[in-house]
Design a protein around this ligand. Structure first.
Ligand code: C5P
Length: 209
């Protein structure tokens, strides 16, 4: 009788965040956006004026991250995401954050963790694994529209270039590269509404409960 863990992985701007929150809310499970742990580590370094390329320093910051204090609004800045993907290549940083993420995954009655390596590394035994993706064009378009809807200006070509650069870094790193687990269900949301993606994910969770 295992506890329920739902692992949701995929590239930036694929819609993992919205989906994970909806699934967690539907089942009354705890949710952790693991990207925020990398972002919090990066922000602590940036705020302290410390370098992003010193693994021992970054590890110390990672060990000090408190899951309870993660605030998406404070961590959403583009520069923080870029810095996060740089320090996320460091094995010592990953080790520290993965340990905290694994401890979180054991909470009852169940958990939803979303990120890049949940199904492959953090929770390889999760009973439900989803790999949520969408074409780079669609992901860049969604991010572009999201920024415009907040009344800010955005340049599609720059966002598209960023999405591809982030993919390369996340898929190309040696430690825990972004890729679907062998037993993950692939969910390509390129042509799906948020509601359709949610219903597809919910059907997979219901089948495992
Ligand atoms: O998903 P988000 O954009 O918040 O993640 C920021 C960066 O943190 C990602 O680009 C990725 O490099 C890193 N990350 C990771 N492993 C995770 C979650 C995020 O390497 N499980």
């Amino acid at each position: 009788e295992g506890r329920m863990i739902i692992a949701i992985d995929g590239p930036a701007a694929a819609g993992k965040g919205t989906l994970s929150r909806q699934i967690a809310e539907t089942y009354g499970f705890h949710h952790l956006d693991t990207g925020l742990t990398y972002r919090a580590t990066a922000k602590a370094l940036l705020d302290a004026g410390l370098p992003l390329d010193d693994e021992a320093v970054a590890e110390r910051m990672a060990l000090a991250v408190e899951l309870a204090g993660l605030d998406r609004d404070v961590l959403s800045a583009h520069e923080i995401g870029e810095a996060a993907s740089k320090i996320a290549v460091m094995p010592a940083v990953r080790r520290a954050l993965v340990e905290a993420q694994r401890a979180f995954s054991k909470r009852l009655p169940g958990t939803v963790l979303d990120g890049r390596d949940i199904g492959t590394v953090v929770c390889p035994d999760a009973p439900v694994k989803l790999y949520v993706t969408a074409s780079p064009e669609v992901r860049a378009r969604r991010r572009h529209d999201e920024i415009l809807s907040k009344g800010d200006s955005a340049d599609f070509d720059a966002i598209f270039a960023d999405v591809k650069k982030r993919d390369e870094r996340d898929m190309g790193r040696a430690d825990s590269p972004l890729k679907p687990a062998d037993d993950a269900h692939l969910l390509d949301t390129s042509e799906m509404s948020i509601e359709a993606a949610f219903l597809a994910a919910k059907a997979l969770v219901d089948a495992a409960l």
